[in-house]
Design a protein around this ligand. Structure first.
Ligand SMILES: [Ca+2]
Ligand SMILES: [Ca+2]
Ligand SMILES: [Ca+2]
Length: 626
């Protein structure tokens, strides 16, 4: 354990050091799915189309197929990385005419059709290099009708999402998917993403297509899927596809999707680029088909809270939406030979640039007695060399790194050096924070060389952020090599809509009747089943540290005035009570506790010992910064 780690822990923010960044020059190893961050990248290929230059790091690599070169090779792996939940209440709030089918009871939510129980034909099947999903009749239906919800789909959604996705992440996002769809009449296909606050902004449809008969949109019937649109909701788009999909496609040089003869079995690669400056572009086979701007925030405002980015793979059927409505049904036999087929989907991130001693800008050397000396003798440095103080002029020398941050935000700050026995054990490193104050971290350069070492998590501003290596008080050689800044989301919100069956006991009733809830709705215990109804809110925290824990509810005289919240943090469990008759519609602090990174902590709301309705709406974890 380095001195840097002990020093940071003293400040009450336990942060791990030694995160190795994979900078492999050429990948030859087997592909991997990856951890979803630049610090935990995936192994796999670069984007198929260099739509916005280089520098993208593959962080999620879902490569479907049974071949050894794939990463999602069977339903067991599929189930561990994907869910099949109707998270936006589409069944309960009818708009679309098919239900996602769960592979088995363990992966199903309440009331959801289950493969092999409600179906007799395959819903999802793996091939050598792909996954096919199918539309299937449910419970033996022979005539399919969207109003009867008697059609099942193999649609799916990753359990992982991009925390604080989009511009607030401070990273460029590139999402690439290779897919084809051979579909029956009235299909609905969408490759899209939204925030964890659906209906409140932050949605884009990389591609969306409906198989319906409407001459005013899409140039007539679109039963074979040749027409589509690509646009954002809650932002601006350069091309108005909604007036006429065919005209929108023509405007972007793609008159018939696959020209000159439309072929539904042809593969296409869809790419979404979302830059940290809030601009975006969409591409099919490397050809740009849409562009515009969007803020990935609640309501789309530039200063509104950021929301996560969730990805959706919707190969489904039927629509009851007014703008696309057809009063229709089809014989189930029309589904024969139809499918959606998925080769891969990959997410890449491009982070802030590293500041290295060899950079031409943003590096300020101060030298009094003697000079900084460039060397490349010890391996494990960034760029062509590193600087050392030659163990002279102590206190008169410093190296200041001034990064070009795209925006103010919360950052993990890392430093790399080369280590050796002659190095200093007590190098002071100053980090200037957004509020103008400085935190000094002391690092031991005799160890942990050749890797990125986390100095801490800080609120930084693009106006004044800097990191300075000093030599004051040091004995032994001081190294100045490189620093890097990785933006992270400083809060995580877990909404009731995100809870799975295994997170809940008893019966929770969904409602939108009382105002002030977070997300799509809230849940309540209906004032029954006292002592048997619980809901567990488990955040995936980006970094270990101290967090303010808040809960939210809708208030009413009929609520309980002593709702128990059991908070599990890194050193145990604490029970607090809140009065839900008051303080509704805003975040109420439950307490401040240290948490480990990941999913080991959380909050359980229960109705034991309560009188009156107990509400479970959302829980928020806010990182307390030094
Ligand atoms: Ca594949
Ligand atoms: Ca260097
Ligand atoms: Ca809610």
């Amino acid at each position: 354990m380095s001195f840097a780690l002990r020093r940071v822990m003293i400040r009450g923010v336990a942060l791990s050091v030694g995160l190795a960044l994979l900078l492999s020059p050429a990948w030859a190893a087997a592909e991997t799915i990856g951890g979803g961050t630049i610090a935990t990248p995936a192994v796999g290929p670069a984007p198929a189309y260099a739509v916005d230059g280089s520098g993208f790091v593959l962080v999620k690599n879902w490569n479907f197929g049974t071949s050894p070169s794939s990463t999602v090779t069977d339903m067991s792996i599929m189930n561990s990385h994907f869910q099949y939940h109707d998270q936006h209440g589409l069944d309960a709030n009818p708009g679309y005419g098919a239900s996602m089918v769960a592979p088995n009871a363990a992966t199903a939510i309440s009331g959801q059709p289950i493969e092999g129980v409600d179906t007799t034909s395959p819903v999802r099947a793996f091939f050598t290099d792909t996954l096919r999903t199918y539309l299937v009749p449910l419970n033996g239906a022979t005539t399919l009708d969207p109003y009867l919800l008697n059609t099942g789909s193999g649609a799916f959604q990753p359990k992982w999402n991009l925390p604080g996705g989009g511009s607030r992440l401070g990273q460029d996002v590139l999402w690439e998917t290779r897919v084809r769809y051979v579909t029956p009449r009235h299909f609905w296909f969408a490759l899209w993403a939204d925030g964890n606050n659906w209906n409140k902004g932050a949605e884009y449809d990389l591609i969306e297509s409906f198989g319906y008969d409407n001459a005013s949109i899409g140039g007539g019937n679109n039963y074979d899927g040749r027409y589509w649109h690509s646009s954002v909701v809650g932002g601006s788009s350069a091309t108005n596809y909604h007036a006429n999909w065919a005209n929108g496609m023509t405007a972007n040089g793609i008159p018939a999707y696959s020209s000159p003869v439309y072929n539904p079995a042809e593969w296409h690669v869809w790419t979404w680029l979302y830059r940290q400056d809030n601009t975006y572009a969409a591409f099919v086979d490397g050809v740009q088909v849409q562009s515009g701007t969007i803020h990935w925030t609640v309501g789309g405002g530039s200063t509104a809270p950021a929301v996560n980015m969730s990805f959706h793979f919707d190969g489904t059927w039927g629509s009851r939406k007014p703008e696309t409505r057809n009063d229709f049904s089809i014989p189930a036999s029309e589904l024969a030979g139809k499918y959606y087929e998925w080769d891969y989907s990959r997410v890449y991130l491009r982070t802030e640039p590293v500041k290295d001693n060899t950079d031409s800008t943003g590096i300020t050397l101060t030298a009094g007695t003697g000079a900084w000396v460039a060397s490349s003798v010890t391996p494990g440095h960034i760029g062509t060399n590193y600087l050392h103080d030659n163990d002279t002029g102590k206190g008169t020398k410093s190296v200041q790194y001034t990064p070009t941050l795209s925006q103010d935000g919360t950052y993990n700050v890392y430093m790399q050096w080369t280590s050796g026995s002659g190095r200093a054990t007590n190098v002071p490193v100053d980090i200037v924070k957004a509020n103008g104050t400085t935190t000094t971290v002391t690092v031991n350069q005799t160890v942990d060389g050749g890797t990125w070492n986390l100095l801490g998590t800080y609120a930084l501003s693009k106006r004044n952020a800097s990191v300075t290596v000093r030599t004051t008080g040091t004995t032994g050689t001081v190294i100045a090599d490189a620093v890097r800044f990785t933006p992270i989301a400083s809060e995580v919100i877990v909404d009731n809509a995100r809870l799975s069956n295994s997170d809940k006991t008893g019966t929770w009733v969904h409602s939108r009747s009382a105002p002030g809830f977070h997300g799509y709705d809230y849940a309540h215990d209906n004032n029954v089943g006292k002592g048997s109804t619980t809901a567990r809110f488990t955040p995936n925290l980006p970094v270990a540290g101290t967090y303010n824990v808040y809960a939210r509810w809708t208030a009413d005289d009929t609520r309980s005035n002593n709702v128990p919240y059991r908070i599990t943090y890194n050193a145990g469990t604490v029970l607090v009570y809140r009065n839900q008759q008051v303080n509704g519609g805003s975040w109420q602090l439950l307490g401040t506790y240290p948490f480990n990174a990941g999913t080991s902590g959380g909050v359980v709301i229960s109705n034991g010992g309560t009188t009156g309705h107990v509400v479970a709406d959302a829980v928020r974890f806010e990182l307390v910064l030094p």
